[in-house]
Design a protein around this ligand. Sequence first.
Ligand SMILES: [Cu+2]
Length: 349
Amino acid sequence: MKTRMITLAAALLTSLGVQAELRQFELTIEEVDLEVAPGFSSKVWAFNGQVPGPLMRVQEGDEVEVTVFNNTTLNHTIHWHGIYQTNTWQMDGVPEVTQPAIEPGESFTYRFVADKTGSLWYHCHVNTAEHIDLRGMWGPLIVDPKEPIDLEKEVTRDAVLFFSSWDSSVAQTYGENAVPGRELDYFSINGKSHPYNQPLRVREGDVLRLRLYAPTSPVAFHLHGHDVLVTHKDGSALPAPYWADVVPLQPGERYDLIVRMNNPGIWMVHDHIEENTTAGGKEMGGSMLVVEYEEIAKPDFYMWKDIEFEPDFYMVESMAKPHGLHNIEAFMGVEPALERRPRRTSHSH
Ligand SMILES: [Cu+2]
């Protein structure tokens, strides 16, 4: 009888999707060019060739094993930002503190338990002023809680937004970060500067969750036409969610917002730090997007009236998939042009 009860309990847990599982992922780090805006590309070290890196999504309590292959010319590690690493501090990804850095051509396997929930992230921890701030070495690690709060259960669209900044003066040179005296002159959401990014499409009645990440520089997020309910800070559910119409983030911070889509229209979303809404010194670029209600007809003057829509640009489609690692085509960088590649032989004839 006792055995039968345990079997029933295990079956119930499995049916609820809460049984701890082993999640095995592979990540490569690639040297590619990321086109942030027309006419501006930056050299990046891209996880699986993508900026942001692929979506990693697991359940609280899962065992996570990630093998990282360094296909670049400099050293890297991965820090799992938010994970407590209980009894696994050696997996924390800090060079010369918890491990030797992963050298070019080498690999390293990280093993840890997903012991903290929410909107976490992963990033390189080598020379972070360059590797995080200028080379796109960040991506989402989302750990679903065994016991979500009631508001989370209502969500119909779950979106991930990484705000980041770029410095065109060192964009073409690996190994340089221009600190001190750095001049950030391009700003992007999920690696693309407005208007080269995408609208976020919703329907009236949707309960939209926005997971905001600011890996590189401060952001003052503002959505027109709606108040947002701030429900989580750095992955943790707040004891008292609060209303806001501007949500400021310092580098490294994450906020989860839940928005009831009850005001059909076409609505601007922008960073209220005004220099962040420029691109190469010109206004109306950078850290902005538009939320479009699908019910609303697009006026002729609307800048994105005929845009080729990429539905996974804010990871909404990938967030609707089962747990796992999800590569996202829209975030792929491009191989550097052959003539710009360093020569690997000592003479050319
Ligand atoms: Cu790195």
